[in-house]
Each structure stands twice: as C-alpha cells, then as structure tokens.
Design a protein around this ligand. Sequence first.
Ligand SMILES: [Cu+2]
Length: 458
Amino acid sequence: MLGTMRRFPKTSVAGAGLLALMLAGCTGTANGGEPDPKPSAAAVEQSCGERQQAISRTLSSGAAWAMCWSVDPKLGMVLSDITFVPPGADAIPVISRMSLAQLEVPYDSGKRLTSDITSAGFGGPNMHTITDAECPAERLSIAIPNVGDGSKFGSSPVREVLCSQETDSALSYRSGDLGQVVAKRKQDWQLSTISKVGWYEYVNQVTFGADGSIRPSLGATGDLSPVDYSDAKHGWPVGPGDHDHAASHSHNAVWKIDWALGGESGQKVEQFDAKDTGKLGTDELGKASPIVNGTLTPIPKPASARWTDRRWWRVLAPGKVNADKHPISYQIDMAKTDRFTFVDDAEHHGSDAGYDVAFTNADECQVFATMNRGRCGRGVPEYVELGKDQPLDNVVTWVAVGYHHVPRDEDQSPMEMHWQGFNLLPRDLTSRRVDVPQERESLNGKPEDWDGQMPPKE
Ligand SMILES: [Cu+2]
C-alpha cells in the first residue's frame, strides 16, 4: 500500500519547497489527469526532534498523514509538523503544532473551579498507561517523566500511552448519476491518550480523515465528583428519590493550533458569513427561494470572534494555490458548544472577555489559554490585545468549545463518555476531492454536457 519512502527535514523552508513542487506538478495526479483507480500517497516519514516520535498512516483515499507526537507534562499530547500527502502528490505542511491549551471546570454551585491543564496537567503521572481494553489497536510508547520534565528529579519510564487506531468512518460518497453508481466508505485515523485528573478521566483525541479533515475532540468519563453534591437548582438527583443532587458543571476547553499552510508565515485569516435577506429570488426560474448573501471578511490583525449560524473562518496561504488557482486553506467549523468565558479571563478582563475563536501571531511564550506565565500575556485576551497592531502573518488559532454537563442517573457508574470538539476542514487544499473515481475524472467545475438526471421543473 505504501509508495516510495521520502524523508524531509522538519524545517519550514524544506516543507514550503516541497509544497511548491506539489503545486507545480499536481495537475497530472490528484487533481485531474491520468486515471488511477487506486492512487496511493507516498509515505512520508517526518524527521522529529528530541522527545518526539514520527508517525504516519495512509488511509482509504490513498492520502497519507505524517507528523511527530510527544507528551508535554502540562499540555499532554502534542502533535507537530502535521503534513497531509494527497495521493500521487507532494506533502503539504498543514499545522506546525497543536494541543489543548486549557481546560477549566467551574461547578454551578460556585464551590469548585479547576484549571486542569495548568494546575494538574494532562502529562506526567496523570497520563495513564493504556491496554488492550482501551485500545485494541497500535499502542505507542514514550518516556513519561514522573516529575516535571524529568530533567531534575524522578525517573522517566517508557509507557504505552498513545492509541493509534484506524476506524471505519461511514460513507465517503455515493452518486448514482451518469448511469453508474459510484460509492465508497472511508477511514479515519484516531490518535488518543487518556489523562486522569481528579475523578474524571479525559480522552484527548485528534481524528485525521482520509479527506484531509482534522477533528480535535475531548471525551470525559471516570466518575462524578464524590464531593460536589448540591441542590435541585445546581444539580440533578442521581440517587434514589429527590436526593443526592450531583452538581452540574462545565468542561470549558481551548485548543491551540499553530498553522504551517504555505510555510511558517504569510498566512491570512477570513471570516465567512451568509446572510439570509428574506427576499425571494427573481431569476428566470422564478421566485423560488430566499436570497442568501455570502461574504468573506478579512481579519487582518489579531482578534477574537464569536460564532453564529452559517459562520466559519479559514486560514489561508494566499501565496500557494491549488491546480484551480484557488489559495489553499483550512476552514474552522465550530460544532456544538456551550459558549463560555473562562473564570480567569472574566476576573482579569471582565465578563465579556469570552471568545469562540481567536487569531494571534505565533509566540512560543504563549502556551496556555489562561494562567500563562511570562511577559507575553496571561491568556488569549491579552495575546490579542498585545499583538493587535501587528498584521497576522504566522497564524495561531485558539478555539474554545464548552460542554455544560448536567449529571444524569446513567452517569453512575462509571460515567458514559461525553464529547466536545470542532472540525478543521480542507478548503481548496486540492482542486478536487483527493480520490476522484475513474468515472468522474473529467468533472471539475460546471459540466458542459450533463448526461445525468436533471432536477424536476417546478
Ligand atoms: Cu462532567
């Protein structure tokens, strides 16, 4: 299944060079040209730094993912130099580094607040060894220091902590037009670790799709806090009768994504909105449907933003285009979120300091979403404020996703896993889907002659 093995250094310069090669020569492969029913991406093995390990996987589309993984005492699983390789094309650097950046858990009773990344940490002893029971797939080992980063005290036993699993991910496409059904299922590649903080056990997972999509997500299981019981207004009865109200609480998470699209810098950010005007159309087909106006608004400097219906953002590399001459980009799609403002942000910047996404320029000192140390700012609102006069160039995206957990009887015991996360979707990374079936080789844009079924006339 694997093609030729290629190595390239992790420097962005080399990555950008390969990307340029891909863009110059991609028209004959992934983006139209010679029919290749089962294209296979060249396997790329990343050259990773100290305390990092290279991993890669070729999926059902023939595309491959390659990256380095490591475990930070506080951040837990860190993925870096994430590269996507469409079948038959060269590697596209996508993300320099991504991880969780904070998890704050405020209880509705007002009696408990934890900042699980900065106070406890997802790495070190809190990152638990996994077995066949949690991960009946490939389990990868790495040295996990018992104390801090292991450089001064304690030992660093090598333990199996990373679950690397390919999963069936349902239907990729089906189309019965043009006289022949083409259909294909797809695979995902899931990387996950388990960290125990207090009574909760968190699954920190990133899912890489065969289509180039990336889904960071956080799952919570374990047990309800045995010391956080409240009343009907602030909890839910989980024992017999109207007693034992387990306190409701929020799992408020922020992820940090440092982009590598088109190289380390030269990236831009745009916000898409589609406004329903409520007015009916007036074209030759008649007044069929309300006009919805789509707009792209540049976000030129560090800023935070709120999500609303039909809104998404994208990070693009204006200097790098696909074979259709569209700039390559990734779309940030918010999924379900219980919007929040970190308690730490509210205390320092007021109750309206919350955000769903924020965009800043990369700064190695800006590690955590709150409780950050150093002169670069305490948290995301300060990063935005401090950098607001510098044009966005080496873009970092902070994505906030909250989950308000009202306990239920089924949470005992153990608690059924609940999930929160968001999606990163390739937008024009390639000029067409990465695995065009042979039957659709000639289709890119508005068909000149469409032999298939047309929609019924009203
Ligand atoms: Cu919970």
